[in-house]
Design a protein around this ligand. Structure first.
Ligand SMILES: Cc1cc2nc3c(=O)[nH]c(=O)nc-3n(C[C@H](O)[C@H](O)[C@H](O)COP(=O)(O)O)c2cc1C
Length: 278
């Protein structure tokens, strides 16, 4: 929180605690500036996480990423359950239907399954004492038809923002011997793919739903590119592992300088270069 971020997201939280996959489950691909992880939602469960969130000191907004238990009989119901238990303690909720590390979780991105899942989440959210915004987070490995389905479902469900993207199953252009490890790939090699998806989603949503750009950001230039491709906000993770915690304020300061120099506001910048990626 003192690292200069405007907001953070933690999780994923599942209804019941679970240990995640056996170790090793995180691999640094140092020459590729990439990470492969297959954590599999190791977490203390929604009750414990809700208590920790509720006890946090005041500060920047904290979002909670929501997942389903690996052995759940009804995964869609898990998302509603975490919303019910922990939603009131978070500043926003992220429906994570895009992790590659829980088998078949990504199938929940299909139009029908997603609409039903979001219906449950929104009903649980509407029963909370205050209106907590709900985001969905998508995979980078989606074709145009799937993206337009997701945009339509998100619009109908009145989703507050879409986060693009989670980690990829692709393994193009990697050199590190760990490249064949099972899991999701993040970091530098994800940048092109996730930014192209972001731009396509921006075209699909016409700026109607705010987009959060995530995937491979390691510099102010890349943050700028995500904003131009369609993002209203950005998130990063893997680059922290390689560049350390001074990265966020460095990027934020450089973005401020560039916005002032180009006499452009953030809303004007958002999506102004989406065409470059289509
Ligand atoms: C170790 C690790 C664990 C992650 N766990 C989650 C998770 O629980 N839920 C989620 O939505 N994304 C998770 N992600 C994906 C990141 O939030 C992010 O979408 C992805 O890494 C792309 O951004 P980056 O290239 O800046 O890392 C994880 C990524 C890493 C590296």
């Amino acid at each position: 929180m003192r690292a200069g971020f405007g907001f953070v997201e933690l999780g994923a939280a599942t209804p019941r605690p679970q240990p995640g996959n056996p170790k090793p489950r995180l691999f640094r691909l140092t020459p590729d500036r990439a990470i492969i992880n297959r954590f599999g939602f190791n977490n203390d469960g929604a009750d414990a996480i809700a208590a920790r969130l509720a006890a946090r000191p005041p500060g920047i907004p904290v979002g909670l990423n929501i997942g389903a238990n690996k052995d759940s009989a009804d995964r869609a119901a898990d998302f509603a359950e975490v919303t019910r238990v922990a939603g009131g303690s978070a500043d926003f909720l992220t429906v994570n239907v895009s992790s590659p590390n829980t088998e078949k979780l990504r199938d929940l991105q299909g139009a029908e399954a997603l609409a039903a899942l979001l219906d449950g989440v929104m009903t649980a959210r509407d029963a909370l004492p205050r209106r907590v915004p709900v985001f969905i987070k998508i995979a980078p490995d989606l074709d145009d038809a799937a993206l337009s389905d997701i945009a339509a479902v998100a619009r109908n469900a009145r989703i507050d923002a879409i986060i693009a993207t989670n980690t990829t199953l692709a393994r193009d252009g990697l050199t590190d011997p760990h490249r064949s490890e099972t899991g999701g790939l993040s970091g530098a090699p994800l940048f092109q793919r996730s930014t192209a998806i972001l731009a396509r989603l921006y075209r699909e949503t016409g700026g109607e739903i705010p987009l959060v750009g995530t995937g491979g950001i390691g510099s102010a230039q890349q943050a700028w590119d995500k904003l131009r491709a369609g993002a209203s906000a950005i998130q990063l993770y893997s680059a922290l592992i390689y560049q350390g915690f001074s990265l966020a304020p460095r990027i934020a300061e450089e973005l401020d300088t560039r916005l002032a120099r180009d006499r452009i506001s953030l809303p004007e910048l958002t999506g102004s270069g989406a065409g470059d990626w289509l």
